[in-house]
Write a protein that binds this ligand. Structure first.
Ligand code: FAD
Ligand code: SF4
Length: 604
């Protein structure tokens, strides 16, 4: 196979910058008011809010810096890579089925012995320098495809941009169906923060007046194309909605951020948007916060635990292992904000053991790590819409996200087989790579003309369903297995319940029903559920609540047990609805930081 030019990325300068920065910041470089762990959506928003308010912040990021101009490779063609962006031969991404039959830790499996790096399913040419190596970052227990990115900005560097709000159906889910508990507050309390996030970061979409996905403050939306308009008209007759995607992308521009520009409609956003139209934490939050002069950013800083100040019983700071030198250092501050991602923040707390907190910090109830939830995915449907078969293709692949079918189950009705609900994402488009070609029969000239004929008419949707938050779905520390830095890894105990399995069946049935209603040809329905973790929307392992005996954090995401430790990511979320998580992490974090700022002000 010829050399792959898409792999030639010279990272020497950014690696050098990362090492230099890490070496220059020691515990003596302080003092800092607050330490923020992680720099993704949560850490980025926490650092931004604090630094812009004049709080002296130290951000501890386990990964390296990112060179957004070089590493966001928006302009490369698919044919530049002989493997069409699959990983090089000495690296390997785990496939869907493998998650289900391989014993963990995956990295120890002899099947992967010959591969230098083993990545999660999200590993490809563009993300391979960001996605962690399972051999260095193993996990144990039941199958879970835990996608992690250890680099400045975390997973926001290549997230899917679907930016939707939680609504009253999520916050008061328990009151509606009697399962588990409600959030300690309702949508109205978070709404002003969603509004502020929309304005600060930019989101495109349309106002639809739906309770299940409340409207935001939107910039120019991307329109439905004509296949999608046809599908929308068909499903409207079924009483369902099909609306333009809501994308965490600025289409009209945002004020006061020199790192960002408005969307040019090029469509390769998942490689990182080099002009900063997509929300990525570095360009949208971290770099502007650093420009305030109040933010110190230390890369290569693996937070191992939060340590106690024995005199006060409060957190004294964060113990860090330098990712390169393995030097152990204690960084001190008045408050600690954990934003390492739901599961890594939980792991840090579980590992923060002391005489006062023998089972980990914030774990006096034994609930830390419980109630792991996310979305189940897999059931999908596809077909060709006849009115467009054999017509000219349109230029559709410049959209940062596809359209959306909001939840329609258990909104006004009560489904006999399951509680809660699901949504679908997907649509039609003539993308630069004609994915449908792999499904069409034939070869040679006839095959090519068949690919062209069906290219403008293809249509596909896939579902995202709520996984019920259940106490028994949990993570704990594995006493035997450690990561490359000697920190105990997470052991998963996580299974889908009958509710999810019944809901997935209904997803496949309704996908079929809607494609039929739209008169689609060659309908294919795949009812297979993807492995746990596939949604990359993990939430709930440090759940919030007003009762310290039944929750880990209070309603402001502050540990009941140690009140100067805050959680900025989705760990405190009570339930996740069907919605993708990031916009809610950002809004919740802003709210939490407002509370923390007030705390710091009254302490001063
Ligand atoms: C391919 C893909 C598509 C996605 N699509 C969508 C979508 O369409 N819509 C949506 O809402 N969400 C989507 N997501 C999920 C979204 O990326 C996450 O919700 C979001 O990034 C979570 O933010 P976070 O800050 O909690 O975690 P992360 O973004 O993962 O950031 C965590 C940061 O903490 C750092 N860290 C971890 N452990 C430590 C430690 N011990 N010490 C120091 N630092 C540490 C990591 O290096 C990382 O930088 C997608 C994700 C992926 C990968
Ligand atoms: S379509 Fe817009 S958001 Fe996506 S890469 Fe292009 S400019 Fe960036």
């Amino acid at each position: 196979m010829p050399a792959d030019p898409t792999l030639d990325l010279d990272l020497a300068a950014v690696l050098d910058e990362s090492r230099r920065l890490a070496a220059s910041i020691t515990p003596a470089s302080g003092p800092w008011d607050a330490i923020v762990v992680g720099s993704g959506a949560a850490g980025g928003m926490a650092a931004y809010q604090l630094a812009m308010a004049g709080v002296k912040v130290l951000v501890l990021e386990a990964g390296r810096m990112v060179d957004h101009r070089k590493e966001y490779r928006t302009m490369e063609w698919p044919y530049a890579s002989p493997r069409r962006h699959r990983l090089p031969p000495d690296q390997r991404a785990i496939a869907a089925a493998e998650y289900n039959f391989l014993d963990r830790p995956y990295g120890n499996d002899p099947a992967f012995a010959k591969h230098k790096k083993l990545a999660s399913y999200a590993g490809n040419t563009f993300t391979r320098n960001w996605v962690v190596d399972e051999k260095q970052h193993p996990t144990t227990g039941t199958p879970y495809s835990w996608v992690r990115a250890r680099v400045l900005g975390g997973k926001t560097n290549f997230w899917g941009r679907v930016a939707i709000r939680y609504g009253p159906l999520q916050f008061q889910a328990a009151s509606r169906d009697g399962f588990d508990v409600d959030w300690p507050f309702g949508y109205e309390e978070l709404k002003p923060y969603y509004d502020k996030v929309d304005v600060l970061l930019g989101v495109s979409g349309t106002k639809e007046g739906l309770d299940q996905v409340p409207d935001g403050i939107y910039q120019r939306a991307h329109k439905l194309n004509c296949v999608e308009v046809h599908f929308r008209d068909a499903v409207t007759k079924l009483g369902r909605r099909y609306i333009p995607g809501r994308a965490g992308v600025t289409t009209d521009g945002v004020l006061g951020n020199k790192y960002r520009a408005r969307c040019l409609g090029r469509g390769r956003c998942s490689r990182g948007c080099d002009i900063g139209a997509t929300f990525h934490s570095p360009t949208a939050l971290i770099f502007p916060a650093r420009d305030s002069g109040n933010l110190t950013l230390r890369p290569y800083s693996v937070a191992a635990e939060v340590f106690l100040d024995p005199a006060t019983g409060r957190a004294g700071g964060v113990r860090v292992i330098d990712a390169n030198t393995h030097e152990v250092m204690d960084f001190k501050a008045k408050v600690v904000v954990l934003g390492a991602g739901c599961l890594d923040s939980t792991r840090i707390l579980l590992n923060s053991k002391s005489a006062r907190h023998p089972d980990g910090m914030g774990n006096s109830t034994g609930l830390l790590g419980c109630y792991l939830s996310e979305h189940h995915m897999g059931p999908r449907g596809s077909g060709f819409i006849p009115t467009r078969i054999g017509t000219e293709p349109t230029l559709d692949d410049g959209r940062p996200t596809g359209p959306y079918i909001p939840r329609f189950r258990n909104v006004t009705d009560k489904h006999p087989d399951f509680i809660r609900g699901y949504h679908f994402q997907g649509g039609s488009a003539s993308y630069e790579f004609p994915g449908h070609a792999q499904d069409l029969p034939g070869f040679g000239k006839a095959f090519k003309s068949s690919v062209r004929k069906y290219y403008p008419a293809q249509f596909a949707i896939g579902g995202f369903g709520e996984v019920l938050p259940r106490k028994e779905n949990r993570v704990a520390l594995d006493a035997e297995v450690k990561d490359a830095w000697g920190i105990p890894v997470l052991r998963f105990t996580y299974r889908f319940s009958d509710n999810e399995i019944r809901m997935a069946r209904d997803m496949a049935d309704t996908a079929d029903e809607m494609l039929r209603a739209a008169g689609a040809e060659n309908i294919k329905i795949d009812p297979t559920m993807l492995p746990p973790g596939w949604s990359i929307h993990e939430i709930g392992t440090a759940r919030m609540g007003d009762d310290p005996k039944a929750s880990v954090t209070d309603r402001f995401c502050r540990l009941h047990d140690v009140p100067n430790v805050y959680m900025a990511d989705a760990a405190p979320f009570v339930s996740g609805g069907t919605q993708n998580t990031t916009w809610s992490i950002l809004a919740m974090c802003w709210r939490t930081m407002d509370h923390l700022k007030e705390d710091l002000r009254t302490q001063a």
